[in-house]
Design a protein around this ligand. Sequence first.
Ligand code: ADP
Ligand code: ZN
Length: 640
Amino acid sequence: MTDPTPSPTASSVSLADDAARQGEDPALESKLERLREVVRTTWGFDELRPMQERAVRATLQGRDALVVMPTGGGKSLCYQAPALLREGLTVVVSPLISLMKDQIDSLHANGVAAGMLASGMDPRQRREVLAALDRRELRLLFVSPERLSMPSFRARVLEAGLSALAVDEAHCISHWGHDFRPEYRMLGDLRRARPEIPIQAFTATATPRVRADIAELLGLEDPAIVVGSFDRPNLTYRVQPRSDLLAQVLAVIERHPEGAGIIYCLRRKDVDQLSERLTKRGVRCGAYHAGLSPGERAKVQDAFRRESLDIVVATVAFGMGIDRPDVRFVVHASLPKGLEQYSQETGRAGRDGLPSECLLLFGGADYYGWKTIVERSVAEAAEAGHRNPEGLLEGNLGRLGDMWGFATAPMCRHARLVAYFGQELSGDCGACDVCLGELEPLDDALVTAQKLLSCVARCEQRYGVTHVIDVLRGSRSARVQEKGHDQLSTFGLLKGTPVTSLRSWIEQLMAQGLLGCTGGRYPTLHLLPAALPVLRGEETPTLYHPPTARKRSRKRVIEIEDADQGLYEHLRELRKTLADERDVPPYVICGNATLAALAARKPERVEDLLEVRGIGQKKAETYGKAFLEAIAAYAPANMP
Ligand code: ADP
Ligand code: ZN
């Protein structure tokens, strides 16, 4: 069966990309054919995604490689599959035990000899893995960077036939990356000691600086650079001003009756409040933030992985190392501090390739909150002797500004996001509030913009958003009267218009470069040169009504082929039982897309199972009987 996931395709813009160099080479083609066979029989995938093929080509040639792919792009197959073909041992460096554990569980479920060594492991298990390593039985060994930097351990894996190194989450090596891990720096030692062992580095962080750092610090030699598209076509992005948080969040939850969801809040306090309010409304959800005890946190994380808990309200502390593929929505209850973070956090939705939603709720206060935090931390860094605090401030505010622009500019969210990563998308994405036409354009945009702009001018460009809105709405507040602004010609020009609309339009004008906003504690609005043609009526800006939390009735999310919904649910329960029996998360047994395919095709024999994506020989042997029986038992009773 073919992969339903609209897979990342080669990016057309990356100059560093070296697709052109990959010519025809008969030996390579035959290796690639063998690899495809392994992928079919072991993973049950009919084909490699285009980016995966590019990455494994380099690997099969024994070249170093730097593979940049967004979350969910399918990085792990790029180092797992070649490991089964090559002689000797492939070591995978991974920064998180939970990431390793999931991969090991999945590999074992597919019948691959793989092991992991991490701190906190049971000594008996550790001895077993080490013994298997010494007997050269393992194809893949997952280790932490700390362990691989120990000379004695390095000697041991070399002795055991180390023939390739894969570095996962390679951005951890760069202090420009967001999860800098000093231990990663030691990985360069292995390269210096044994330069003939190829290294493949993998990351989802695309900034050129981090990319260059990875190549340099790992000592990559003329690496094949494979950069995937950063677009995630199965994610639908929506952005709304935060008006009624609870209602807005509930609307999203209702749109996704199945699968999981994550709601990100800025502070612990917000997490506690929102999860409490949701619970009162009958939503079963967990709360997660750094203020909870490690035990409480582990409990929530574990329940989420095991699908006994579907909705988590959390700070951004939640998510790293969580690979649940059926996350159907990610809500941001306030503005993240940059698009890098936003893209990573929303990237946790829809890893299984099925349609999923990302909703960003924001308010002007979020921006100023972040600005204050940034300014304070830069001042602290300067006091602590940072060499270039101005540069630091500029960089941080620039990233915040990009985030703000994303939230307020009414342009395609997909295009805007990939543009941040230096890529281009053209046309209607069909999966954002702008392209779906969910934003309602304002009929009299020109006149409204003129009223707003001239009010800013009348207020002598010395007042902030709230005051300008008060004047336009004709408020008789003490401050308006005291300044004599009830005498202005723009006083009451937009009487009766809701504050949220006015605020949104001002933000939209800012995003389109007509209005500027400066100042520290009390920011003030001023006109930018692009406002003049609008005031003269020569140009019309685009203004939209602020989106509301209206409910959109949606079809069930699983729509692959004509999945029989009842059978699908039935198989899902079976999967949960099988997973609990084996003490692994359900997706290790198989993904939702596989369940849907089973429900649609209703296979009767083990051979038919092998035709279903995500089922290889090992899985067919282990779980095939249970699934076939469940399907056979279900079908007759439900015949029309
Ligand atoms: P990443 O590590 O890049 O975030 P994963 O390796 O976890 O991504 O893969 C994401 C999802 O895509 C997984 O559910 C995996 O089973 C699926 N997948 C990967 N490669 C293929 C393929 N060639 N065909 C079909 N599904 C695939
Ligand atoms: Zn779009």
